[in-house]
Write a protein that binds this ligand. Structure first.
Ligand SMILES: [Fe+2]
Length: 369
């Protein structure tokens, strides 16, 4: 039996820069979907599965640090760890593989000129889901939580904040929302954009509504397109804008989930106007999206871009409405895995007693780039 390491421990090691090699033994195809930042890849999956001797013969690995072997679910990687252990390595296998890794997270502080408020970006590194803790004085709001409640409660506690509000920018299709659970756990108010989708109690937020957190303010801006209810939140005097899946640092939200071809075009037209509106923010406003397009390194570097930087590519996209609609309805990536079931659960607000990573594993596919 190979030695093991839990995803949480590996997360802590990477966050604290412990010397470690992560060896990904999956197929090229699986590797291309998503990976652990900084990991080494040797496609040994078939060889290991079929017990071929010398499966990792070509592996050139350092001997002065633990080697963590990783596969999809943590079984084939056991064989890899056993082979390496026989060769004298301190080899351990990641329990639960990439599926367990999908809950690993890290944080980055968002640099803001405005000293009355702090924003922490909380990232699910594998899936690239970005959530935010917005704190001011002794209060905080969480935007788009995608991780278990305790993680946000603990992060807020360490900064002396009490979570008063939990906000969602839209009904998510790529991960199970943890917003309702977090609001229940903390007694915070659950704020969702005005909509007819969610089938559980919430406080509806409409365009222009303002939410006060300590000395900070979030102003809601309805930015439909990715979904009908999609809403962005502008922080204070446009220091930053939380754009959900409407606008990313290098792409825009796909308009086609749960929509036929005509509905997708309709949404694309709405998205065009929402993006024109967001582009009108000051060039210094920081765009803080709900997704990154690649696995997020443990480097503390925020996934963010100024509106000015975004405008450098977005303006070409927004040259004409018809061109934009054509662009975002013709070059769509495959739909996110299990999105119909995930959306249904997020609308019902009931997370069943299942392992959420069974539904969520895999890369994010909410963007058009
Ligand atoms: Fe989304």
């Amino acid at each position: 039996m190979a030695n093991t390491i839990e995803a949480n421990t590996l997360r802590d090691w990477l966050e604290s820069d412990e010397p470690v090699v992560v060896l990904d033994v999956r197929s090229d195809e699986d590797r291309a979907q998503w990976a652990i930042p900084g990991s080494v890849h040797i496609n040994a999956y078939e060889a290991l599965k079929t017990g071929q001797p010398g499966a990792l013969a070509s592996a050139m690995l350092p001997t002065d640090r633990p080697v963590i072997t990783v596969c999809n679910a943590g079984r084939v990687s056991q064989a890899a760890a056993a082979i390496l252990a026989d060769r004298g390595f301190d080899a351990r296998t990641l329990v639960g593989g990439m599926k367990a890794w999908s809950l690993a997270w890290n944080t980055a502080d968002i640099p803001l000129e405005d000293s009355t408020v702090q924003v922490v970006q909380v990232r699910r590194t594998g899936k690239g889901c970005l959530s935010y803790l917005v704190g001011s004085v002794d209060e905080a709001a969480v935007i788009d939580p995608s991780l278990p409640a305790d993680i946000y409660v603990d992060l807020a506690h360490r900064r002396g904040w009490t979570i008063r509000y939990v906000l969602e920018t839209h009904i998510h299709a790529d991960h199970l929302s943890r917003a309702r659970a977090l609001a229940t756990r903390t007694g915070a108010r659950l704020l969702l954009p005005v909509q007819q989708r969610a089938r559980f109690p919430f406080t509806a937020v409409a365009d222009g509504d303002r939410i006060h957190i300590g000395a900070a303010t979030l102003a809601a801006a309805h930015t439909p397109g990715h979904t009908g209810e999609s809403t962005s939140f502008v922080l204070n005097d446009a220091a930053a804008v939380f754009t959900g899946d409407t606008l990313f640092t290098n792409g825009v939200g796909r308009p086609d989930l749960h929509a036929d071809a005509e509905a997708a075009r309709e949404r694309a037209r709405a998205l065009f106007h929402s993006l024109v509106r967001l582009r009108g923010l000051p060039s210094t406003t920081l765009v803080l999206p709900a997704h990154a397009s690649d696995p997020i390194a443990f480097d503390g570097q925020p996934i963010a871009a100024s509106c000015g930087d975004v405008a450098s590519w977005l303006s070409a996209w927004l040259a004409s409405e018809s061109g934009f609609v054509e662009r975002v309805t013709s070059t769509l990536p495959p739909t996110p895995p299990n999105f119909v079931r995930i959306v249904d659960l997020n609308e019902s607000g009931e997370i069943p007693d299942i392992d959420p990573t069974d539904l969520e594993a895999g890369a994010n596919r909410c963007a058009v780039r």
